[in-house]
Design a protein around this ligand. Structure first.
Ligand code: ATP
Ligand code: MG
Length: 423
């Protein structure tokens, strides 16, 4: 039996990697333009970190983490999200003391979920975190930046922004009690999942997909009536910036997000073009998290986008530029005992014409089989080095996509010819 990949953990094949690189570069460039810098931290952390950051009674920690004891008996987990590790790394390296930080990271995350379209067990996020900034201005900046990114990627018509305010942790505790009281009185009408959540994580009932539960919630107390004045002001100022900048949004009072650590602003960018897994980017403010993880109090706000879902969306909408994943320009054939000369000639061309993308034929074979490979490579020009050419320091130039005669030129004239052809 052949060994197979792990369910929900995909290989990224060369055919698709160009699209991933296009997306990743667009995001990295945008972040760079706004003054965000990259941070990298490990994929493995102590399990305790995620328990404390994400929360013990969340779906992620209860059901979805890849946990194991290492050879030393320490409990480690593959990261299910990036914020916890990012905060840990910043705190440990003294980045959060009397300063602000604008950071981003990217890489794989791991959750033991039921694999389906847009939902994997190893998936990829690009995450952004800003630390030490309390005001709604930074929340707004993050949303303006993502809005600009969607525009640049030509997907802005297909995503909408939902926002909400969760108030403070104390506000949420008061609200939670009111919600539980309301729902306990209607326990029998709740779906099974929600009945269970009523004791573990009642706020999650708000984003239940069950229609009857949703109908029941229409009369439930609303979180917006429970949040304190500073949170209200913060939210109003955020909305005012979005209005002034012309970024449309929808206030969704039932948007609570799955993780424990949020406070005040939460948001999601959602599309209807991907079926059930429609959230492509999600985040919010987490002012209590740094302290919760043992650091001095430090404000934080951030988001993570799902790379697989964005790639699916780019594909679905057909907005992938033709220029990505371009084939090489030149394919150099080496026919006969000329492998060494071919390799050296190619190196010289790479010195003299750095703008040209050149692939050298390796592995020998007849002229016929090599020219077939040249054609398949997508190159526009084939350079042919045979034994005769090598002996006379010349080279054959064959245009693969144009109806032009093959010519033989002196190798000393080749650079000029190529520089004229590939500007
Ligand atoms: P979902 O609503 O899909 O369960 P989530 O609230 O669990 O998402 P977050 O923890 O906020 O997601 O992660 C941010 C983003 O990462 C999501 O909006 C989504 O785009 C992506 N994401 C999360 N889980 C997965 C997964 N299992 N597979 C692929 N992408 C994912
Ligand atoms: Mg989830």
């Amino acid at each position: 039996m052949k060994i197979q990949s792990i369910r929900g953990m995909n290989d990224l094949l060369p055919q698709q990697s160009a699209l991933w690189q296009y997306l990743e570069r667009a995001v990295a460039d945008m972040l760079d333009r706004y003054g965000y810098r990259e941070i990298r931290f490990p994929i493995l952390e102590q399990t305790e970190l995620f328990k404390r950051a994400v929360g013990e009674v969340t779906d992620i920690v209860e059901k979805e983490m890849y946990c194991f004891d290492d050879r030393n008996g320490d409990s480690l987990s593959l990261r299910p999200e990036g914020t916890a590790g990012c905060v840990r790394a910043c705190s440990e390296n003294g980045l959060l003391h009397n300063q602000s930080q604008r950071l981003w990271y990217s890489g794989p995350m791991f959750r033991y979920e039921r694999p389906q379209k847009g939902r994997l067990r190893q998936f990829h996020q690009i995450g952004v975190e800003a630390f030490g900034l309390n005001g709604p201005d930074i929340d707004a900046e993050l949303l303006l930046m993502t809005a600009r990114l969607w525009q640049q990627l030509h997907i802005d018509h297909a995503v909408t922004l939902q926002i909400n305010s969760l108030g403070t942790a104390a506000d949420r505790a008061t609200y939670r009690a009111a919600l539980v009281e309301f729902l306990e009185a209607r326990y029998e009408q709740l779906d099974k999942d929600s009945q269970q959540r009523l004791t573990s994580n009642p706020m999650r009932i708000l984003d239940s997909k069950d229609a009857q539960t949703q109908a029941l919630l229409n009369d439930a107390p609303s979180l917006s009536d429970f949040i304190d004045q500073p949170s209200r002001d913060h939210f109003a100022q955020l909305c005012a910036v979005l209005d002034a900048a012309g970024v449309s949004y929808e206030i969704n009072p039932r948007l609570v997000r799955g993780l424990d650590y949020y406070s005040k602003t939460v948001f999601e960018w959602v599309t209807t073009s991907l079926g059930a897994q429609g959230t492509v980017c999600a985040g919010g403010r987490y002012d209590g998290l740094v302290e919760q993880l043992g650091g001095k109090p430090c404000a934080g706000v951030g988001f993570a986008m799902g790379v697989e879902r964005l790639v699916l969306l780019l594909d679905e909408l057909g907005v992938v530029p033709d220029s990505i994943g371009q084939p090489v320009d030149l394919y150099l054939l080496a026919v006969g005992e000329v492998e060494q000369q071919a390799l050296l000639l190619a190196e010289n061309l790479r010195n003299e014409c750095p703008q040209i993308r050149l692939q050298t034929h390796c592995g020998g074979g007849s002229f016929k089989s090599q020219i077939k490979k040249a054609d398949k490579s997508g190159a526009t020009v084939a350079l042919i080095l045979g034994e005769d050419e090598a002996a006379s320091n010349s080279i054959g130039v064959k245009y693969l996509r144009e109806n032009l005669d093959q010519q033989t030129v002196a190798q000393v004239d080749l650079v000029e010819l190529l520089n004229n052809t590939f500007k």
